[in-house]
Write a protein that binds this ligand. Sequence first.
Ligand code: HEM
Length: 121
Amino acid sequence: APRDDGLYHALGEEPGIVRIVEGMLLGSARDPRIARHFRGIDIERLREKLIEQLCFESGGPCVYTGDSMEESHKGLRLTPSDFNALVEHLQDAMEAEGVPTPAQNRLLARLAPMRGQVIDR
Ligand code: HEM
C-alpha cells in the first residue's frame, strides 16, 4: 500500500476526494476533446472506482475493488493528448477544492506510472 504521508488528508479525505472525482468527471464530460469516451458508460461505477482508487493511492483507508488499468481502458484507444486532458480536469478539480500545489503534484506523481497502462489499449 502507498505510504501515509498526509496526502489523503491534504485532499480533504473522503468528502474532498468525492468532490475532486465529481469535478474531474464533470469537466471531462464537458470537454469536446474527450467527452465521447464518457457517453454510454456506467458513470456511477466509474465514479465509485475512481473514489476508491484516489483514496487508496493517497494513503487513505480504502481498498480498490475495480479492474486493472489495462483491462478497463482496453479498446478505448486513448492517446497522450487524451491523457493530458484528463489530468487537466483532475488538476482543475483539486484547485477548486483548494488542495495545495505540492499535494496536487504528489497525487499526479502517483498516477503517472499508470499512463502506459491506459494509453494505446
Ligand atoms: C492515470 C490515468 C487514469 C486513471 C487512474 C484511470 C482510472 C480509471 C478507473 C479506476 C476506472 C474504472 C475501472 C473499473 O470500472 O473497474 C476507469 C475506467 C474508465 N476510464 Fe480511466 N483512468 C485514467 C485515464 C483515463 C483517460 C485518459 C480516459 C479518457 C480520456 C479514461 C476514460 C475511462 C473510461 C471511459 C472508463 C470506463 C470504461 C467502461 O466502463 O467501459 N481514463 N479509469
